[in-house]
Ligand binder design. Structure first.
Ligand SMILES: NC(=O)c1ccc[n+]([C@@H]2O[C@H](COP(=O)([O-])OP(=O)(O)OC[C@H]3O[C@@H](n4cnc5c(N)ncnc54)[C@H](OP(=O)(O)O)[C@@H]3O)[C@@H](O)[C@H]2O)c1
Length: 287
């Protein structure tokens, strides 16, 4: 049985990947802040990374560790680079196996999305710049790399700490009024759409760059309305707002999203619709 070292395992994508990969692979589950007896691995600490790699000798590294708070990255660019770029280099130091990196549509400027793998990158935030630098470094330096770019990942399980869907459902359940941007376009992606794809990419050793987002491209306000409808919550509590009015620290790509034809033909898959994914989440939560 092949083994996988997962970094950043306790984030939202990590929870889904563990669920899907645990039957067919030996997993080394690591994180920066870990529960009792968990494997502690801060990818910015070169020495710890070397020790963990020497102890576990994984066949595959699935790197889910990242500084994902886009505004925090803008506030602390050196930390963003230490985690999102240098952390990747640390993991590859001496590692010759299959490296899977999860990247983002934030490598694009959001003027002309949705984007395919061959479109020109042009990040407009520190987060996007650091993720692109890691993609470029991996493509130039680590032969056995799969880069999977995705966008607006969401989940809601009993273990989920932060996610757009959780935020919307929790706020509307408490009858709080929320404002959601209506000028940021993406194809929101359920972590449990992505996790089985990652397993497939590992199995076929797809050393390439792929884009994946679920089937429906929409703005964030419309996404919030669909969430409210599926969870039987009051849609009138959701109001639109523009990105400019939010005054966020980091600029966001507005007309973004990802085209998925390449991964569809490589793996023979059909992207899930957002409504189907939300229905499944609702059933899992309330079963
Ligand atoms: N969320 C999205 O919408 C989205 C979209 C496109 C791509 N992605 C990419 O998908 C991947 C997974 O994202 P996610 O949504 O699961 O993010 P997440 O929930 O924020 O999880 C990221 C994990 O990385 C860990 N981490 C941060 N710094 C670390 C370090 N120095 N060493 C080890 N672990 C560290 C975090 O642990 P702590 O709890 O200790 O901080 C957290 O558990 C990331 O590469 C992200 O860039 C995400």
């Amino acid at each position: 049985m092949e083994s996988i070292l997962i970094t950043g395992s306790y984030g939202q994508l990590g929870i889904a990947c563990i669920k899907y990969l645990k039957s067919n692979f030996k997993l080394f589950i690591s994180g920066r802040i870990v529960p009792n007896n968990g494997m502690q691995l801060d990818i910015t600490n070169e020495k710890t990374v070397d020790q963990v790699l020497a102890e576990t000798k994984p066949d595959i590294i699935l790197n889910l560790a990242a500084m994902t708070d886009v505004d925090e990255c803008e506030n602390d660019p050196s930390m963003a680079r230490a985690i999102n770029v240098d952390g990747v280099k640390n993991l590859c130091n001496g590692f010759k196996g299959h490296f899977i990196q999860i990247s983002t549509d934030y490598v694009f400027d959001g003027r002309a999305g949705p984007y395919s793998e061959s479109d020109k990158t042009n990040p407009i935030s520190v987060y996007g710049r650091t993720k692109l630098d890691a993609d470029d470094w991996l493509r130039a330096n680590h032969l056995g790399t799969t880069i999977l770019r995705t966008n607006v990942l969401y989940s809601y399980t009993k273990l989920t700490q932060a996610s757009f869907v959780k935020w919307v459902v929790d706020a509307l359940s408490e009858r709080k009024h929320i404002h959601v941007v209506d000028d940021q376009w993406n194809n929101p992606t359920w972590t449990e759409s992505l996790a089985p794809l990652i397993e497939n990419l590992i199995k076929v050793k797809a050393f390439d760059l792929f884009h994946y987002g679920d089937a429906d491209r929409m703005n964030r306000y419309d996404f919030a309305l669909i969430i409210a409808k599926v969870f039987d919550l009051d849609t009138t509590l959701v109001s639109p707002i523009s990105t400019a009015d939010l005054n966020q620290i980091a600029p966001r790509p507005l007309r973004s999203g990802l085209k998925t034809e390449k991964i569809e033909s490589a793996l023979g898959i059909v992207p899930n619709s957002v409504e189907t994914c939300l229905e499944k989440i609702r059933k899992q939560l309330f079963k």
